[in-house]
Design a protein around this ligand. Structure first.
Ligand SMILES: *Cc1c(COP(=O)(O)O)cnc(C)c1O
Length: 368
């Protein structure tokens, strides 16, 4: 049985005619930049997330960048985040001359270990970026308490978590800004790049809107220095269609996760842990296992796709060499990089496929 790691084509057939119609509308209007589809998408996402404001931007990476620009993060400012995330989280800080300060992660949820944050706060610390990894929120109560005590901004990297909740509140509403990505393989993916910032702060919303178009406050008049961070109308049109199905797709992923959990329950393979106050959207279903590379090879031999997120922690990347981290500094993240394996969990998987994947994983350890 073949089980690819993900299969966007299987999903495309379920909404294809609607998406093609929506794209055609944009083509007929020829309003490709900031057309009505973008405003409509912003309204839809604000309603979906329960945020007052939503500002669509060009990518998740740009959502982070423009958020930090709005907070005026500059040369020498320190921003605390996790080393176990996609590069863009820390890249955004460094692009503004800021210094990413990495705090190790919690071994079960894979999210930032909030108990390690406060000791890293210095006079230069300006913000914390918790990442809601693999579809589950980092614990926001302690993050917000530290932020309040130390007067820091909190930017949620919610690129992998749209629709996920903690204590029944959707991500993107805890910090002052929430950053989302619509990269095609994300739970809500466009037909290219896209992103968005949520906020409940009117001033920040206005600032981000300005920054999105070069800081232009009136035609050819520039109040501040921004960039071109616009979302294409065609992306917004597609995302408007797909957003209607997001909850259903996320629910399917959760059901798939339960199937895996049940099969792994009686074995040595530990299912990913979801904190009791969280509802995950399972952007990834990620196990941490010994002999990860050999397992991945075994799965490939059995026509099962899998992926490693992430093989190298950010504090040990060449580009951050100047920050002075060395191996052993953040041991949990480092260990996870050699143990984690993400299994197929996309909504269109059939129960028989999941059973096959899970049983093949178990077979690998039995035959050892
Ligand atoms: C995907 C992702 C981003 C970046 O989003 P893009 O749309 O690819 O630029 C940022 N942070 C995390 C955690 C991500 O998974």
């Amino acid at each position: 049985m073949q089980v690819p790691f993900f299969d966007l084509k299987a999903q495309f057939t379920t909404y294809k005619s609607e998406a093609v119609r929506a794209i055609k509308q944009v083509c007929e209007s020829q309003l490709f930049a900031m057309g009505p589809a973008v405003a409509e998408f912003e309204e839809n996402i604000a309603a979906y997330c329960g945020s007052k404001y939503a500002i669509a931007v060009s990518s998740g990476s740009d959502a982070l960048l423009v958020s930090l620009m709005a907070l005026e993060i500059k040369q020498g400012d320190e921003v605390i985040t996790t080393p176990f995330t996609f590069f863009a989280t820390a890249g955004a800080v460094a692009r503004l001359g800021g210094k990413p300060v990495f705090v190790d992660v919690e071994p079960n949820s894979y999210n930032i270990d909030t108990g390690g944050i406060e000791e890293k706060v210095t006079e230069k610390t300006r913000a914390i970026i918790p990442v809601h990894l693999f579809g589950q929120l980092a614990q926001m109560k302690p993050v917000m308490e530290i932020a309040k005590r130390c007067n820091l901004a909190v930017v949620e990297d919610a690129a992998q978590a749209i629709g996920a909740t903690q204590d029944e509140v959707k991500c993107g509403n805890f910090g002052c800004l929430g950053c989302f990505s619509f990269y095609p393989t994300k739970n809500l993916g466009g037909f290219g790049d896209g992103g968005l910032v949520t906020t409940n702060d009117k001033k920040l919303a206005e600032k981000i809107k300005l920054l999105r178009t070069h800081g232009e406050n009136a035609k050819y008049s520039y109040k501040t220095i921004g960039g071109n961070f616009r979302l294409d109308s065609i992306q917004a049109a597609v995302l408007n269609v797909k957003l209607k199905y997001l909850d259903k797709w996320n629910e399917k992923r959760r059901q798939n996760a339960v199937l895996y959990d049940n099969i792994f329950a009686a074995s040595e393979v530990k299912p990913p842990k979801i904190d009791s106050n969280n509802v995950s959207i399972y952007h990834q279903y990620t196990i941490a296992v010994p002999e990860r590379d050999r397992l991945q090879k075994f799965l490939a031999e059995n026509e099962i796709g899998s992926s490693v997120f992430y093989p190298k922690p950010l504090h040990l990347q060449d580009c951050f060499g100047k920050l002075g981290y060395k191996e052993g500094d953040l041991p949990v993240a480092e260990r996870l990089c050699s143990e984690v394996l993400s299994l197929p969990v996309y909504p269109e998987l059939l129960p028989g496929q999941i059973e096959y994947v899970a049983e093949t994983v178990l077979k690998f350890y039995e035959s050892d």
